[in-house]
Design a protein around this ligand. Structure first.
Ligand code: SF4
Ligand code: SF4
Length: 296
């Protein structure tokens, strides 16, 4: 089976302090960190074993907090990117850590979903970190939340990053109807697909790959179908992918998050993102420097 696995362990802490984030104030205890490490080791070991089962996996780490500050995540991503039956391994990160370890990645398979937090880092540092990935030909997208206070920073980061780096903007949805039409147009000049994210999609009773070939794995092995539906559908290590997989219609009224609605077959989004769907890189932004042509 070809499957997408989102993975989130017990970690819930971050080295940044974003005011809008519940994990910024959190410090994980030593015990929690050890638990997180063991959970990840179990997961990687399970992934290793899937080669004999002939499963092809794409893996996306979406931690509560920042994972790459912990060695076990860097090692896991490096190993997974070099496994033949793993097609893709991507991670959400603020890209604050040293990046020397990325030379060991399989560049054809590793990818970064990089979030930019203007209040937490200097733009020059952030851009220099991005360029370390760029110069190695490692795929990444850069994005941020479209808060009104961040508009200028968002536009500026778009300007200074190479043209073939996709900059996405996540709509701020804590307040309904937050954007004026002019603002939507303004942010669409940064992210041509911003409007897709502004909307919430009616999803109840509709087909969705979540729970069929897309799974949300929690640290202990419990599996949910998606980021939104809290119901547990089984246990990865007991049931395996075949045991978990079933066609399921969506049970939620709305789906409004990229990591969810991209798995609805009715969305035309797959044609736009192609192989970069998971890490959010539209095909038109495949790094030209990979072909030897810099677009800085
Ligand atoms: S970088 Fe991300 S996880 Fe860390 S505090 Fe900011 S929003 Fe939260
Ligand atoms: S449409 Fe969205 S909310 Fe519904 S199952 Fe799929 S990912 Fe979950």
């Amino acid at each position: 089976m070809k499957a997408v696995l989102y993975y989130r362990g017990s970690l819930s802490s971050c080295n940044y302090d974003c005011p809008y984030c519940p994990f910024s104030k959190n410090k994980d205890s030593k015990e929690t960190l050890m638990k997180d490490k063991q959970q990840l080791e179990t997961f990687v070991s399970w992934v290793r074993d899937q080669e004999v089962e002939r499963h092809e996996l794409s893996i996306f780490f979406n931690p509560y907090g920042e994972a790459l500050v912990h060695r076990w995540y860097r090692e896991a991503i490096t190993e997974l990117s070099n496994l033949s039956h793993v097609n893709k391994v991507a991670v959400q990160t603020n890209l604050s850590v040293k990046l020397d370890w990325t030379t060991e990645l399989n560049k054809k398979k590793a990818a970064f979903w990089v979030t930019y937090h203007p209040g937490q880092t200097k733009e020059s540092f952030f851009v220099s970190q991005c360029m370390k990935l760029y110069e190695q030909g490692i795929s990444f997208s850069v994005g941020t939340v479209g808060l009104r206070s961040a508009f200028e920073d968002i536009e500026h980061i778009r300007k200074v990053l190479p043209k073939d780096v996709y900059v996405w903007v996540n709509a701020f949805k804590d307040r309904s109807n937050y954007y004026t039409q002019e603002e939507i147009e303004r942010l669409s000049r940064v992210d041509p697909y911003f409007e897709w994210n502004v909307r919430d999609y009616d999803s109840l009773g509709k087909k969705c790959g979540a729970g069929s070939n897309v799974f949300y794995v929690q640290g202990p092995g419990l599996v949910k179908r998606c980021y939104k539906d809290r119901r547990v559908i089984g246990h990865l290590y007991r049931e395996g992918l075949e045991g978990l997989s079933a066609e399921r219609l969506c049970g939620m009224k709305k789906c409004g998050c990229y990591i969810g609605y991209i798995h609805m077959p009715e969305m035309p989004i797959r044609e736009v993102y192609g192989d970069g769907l998971l890490e959010r890189i539209p095909t038109g932004y495949v790094h030209a420097h990979r072909e030897g042509e810099a677009l800085v």
